[in-house]
Design a protein around this ligand. Structure first.
Ligand code: PNS
Length: 167
């Protein structure tokens, strides 16, 4: 058996980080020696926050942990996993609607790099309906996102979208 530390990458747009993501990070930390949360580019999505803002927001929300790194990468996920000597890619799975896209990505990543395994963690029941996009939509119209995102994220969202007075 190899004695190398088991490193996992948790990639995503994290635009912004939600409590659902935090739950996945905490659970992944129990399974691996080191978890690297990496903000990556998803060509299918237009982002609200810059990559640097998202990295800073994740750092503010999670705080410092010895076995956690927060990073970003502009390129193929499989190249990044090689660069970081990672053995696994972590993805959260919420509902059947996530499945098709995740299945496609996992199989493509496996085709491109057979040395890395995609591991799906079922999203905690409390966060099944939470997504960055729905949170952005609610916040855009001045809705309350308390309890869905960490406090530093809520504050950043409030800066972008001050609460509206509905008359
Ligand atoms: O949070 P998201 O938007 O669902 O994350 C998707 C992400 C960023 C992990 C995916 O788009 C990705 O891996 N981007 C990096 C480029 C890449 O490797 N694309 C091929 C994936 S099969």
């Amino acid at each position: 058996m190899e004695n190398k530390p088991k490193i996992a990458i948790y990639p995503g747009s994290f635009d912004p980080l939600t409590n659902g993501h935090v739950d996945i990070i905490e659970r992944a930390l129990k399974l691996f020696d080191k978890v690297i949360v990496s903000v990556m580019y998803n060509p299918k999505k237009q982002s609200l926050f810059s990559v640097q803002e998202r990295v800073d927001m994740i750092r503010e929300s999670i705080g410092k942990k010895a076995n956690l790194e927060v990073d970003s990468f502009d390129g193929l996920l499989v190249d990044y996993t090689r660069m970081k000597n990672a053995v696994a890619i972590i993805r959260g799975m919420r509902a059947i609607s996530d499945f098709e896209n995740e299945f496609q990505m996992a199989l493509m990543n496996r085709r491109l790099n057979r040395d890395v395994q995609t591991i799906f963690l079922m999203t905690g029941l409390r966060w099944i309906f939470t997504s960055s996009s729905i949170i952005k939509e609610v916040a855009t119209f001045g809705g309350d996102i308390t309890g869905m995102v960490p406090q530093p994220i809520k504050l950043r969202m409030l800066e972008k979208f001050p609460p509206r007075e509905v008359k």
